[in-house]
Design a protein around this ligand. Sequence first.
Ligand SMILES: Nc1ncnc2c1ncn2[C@@H]1O[C@H](COP(=O)(O)OP(=O)(O)OP(=O)(O)O)[C@@H](O)[C@H]1O
Length: 275
Amino acid sequence: MSAQPVLRVSGLDVYYGPRHRRRHALRDASLTLGSGEVVGVIGETGSGKSTLARAIVGLVRPTAGRVVIDGEDVTGYRNRQWRSLRRRGVVQYVFQDPLRSLDPDLTIEDSLVEPLLVQGIFRAEAVTRARAYLSRVRLDEELLRRLPGELSGGQRQRVSLARALVAEPKLVILDEPVSALDSANRVGVLEILKELRAGGVSLMFISHDLGSVAGLADRIAVLYQGALVETGPAEEVIARPAHAYTRLLVNSAPTLRSASAGRAEREALRALLGT
Ligand SMILES: Nc1ncnc2c1ncn2[C@@H]1O[C@H](COP(=O)(O)OP(=O)(O)OP(=O)(O)O)[C@@H](O)[C@H]1O
């Protein structure tokens, strides 16, 4: 791992809505991601996971805090500066809905080569790279001529992953990459992400499902009601969860639950959390 983290988030605050009805969606969030690391951000629906991701990539403006990506302080960057950062391929964000990452009027080939063409790479080389990344996400070249609307949900998710990776970014943020997939596709995409991790890509993997994150993440960050209540090495967070909400998550994940953890304990934790 290099000395410089690929991502440093400190004291990030995000509010939504008009002043008199403001919702504090992200509270003083701080997180560091080392180069080549995978961090899993988990939390229930509405806990602020997408807000954290969107604030990191400049799609939502924080009211306080700082974001540094690959040594570049992007806090307060304007749209033009964000576009330039994305064009340089530093960071990629994969939307929860793959259709949002793909232009419906572009063939898969055009979608995959576009990020390379804007970097000044010649089309022939861009197409070669697009094919290589399509095969990395285990899709057939035959799909290159199709439009996103002519693919299955699982294929679309893989194409949007390939599109995020083709420009070889420093950091990829994946918002719920497997939650809309059936179990065979989920296992397939998790396998691909494991290969990417072995290849040294830094990933932030957002999910409401601790079970999906557990086998992949080096570190786990737990969001609860807009606050990062616990962050640590994945094995430690799972083996010795410090926060009551994390204990409830571990206890509720069928594949992680220890034999001793039972329903009574889950109910006690729910009562403690007031949920
Ligand atoms: N554009 C918006 N305007 C107003 N409130 C918003 C907006 N986006 C999100 N929120 C609210 O902010 C809170 C956090 O939302 P966010 O989408 O970050 O949660 P999440 O953890 O990603 O949820 P999910 O797992 O359902 O995607 C929620 O209460 C949500 O209703």
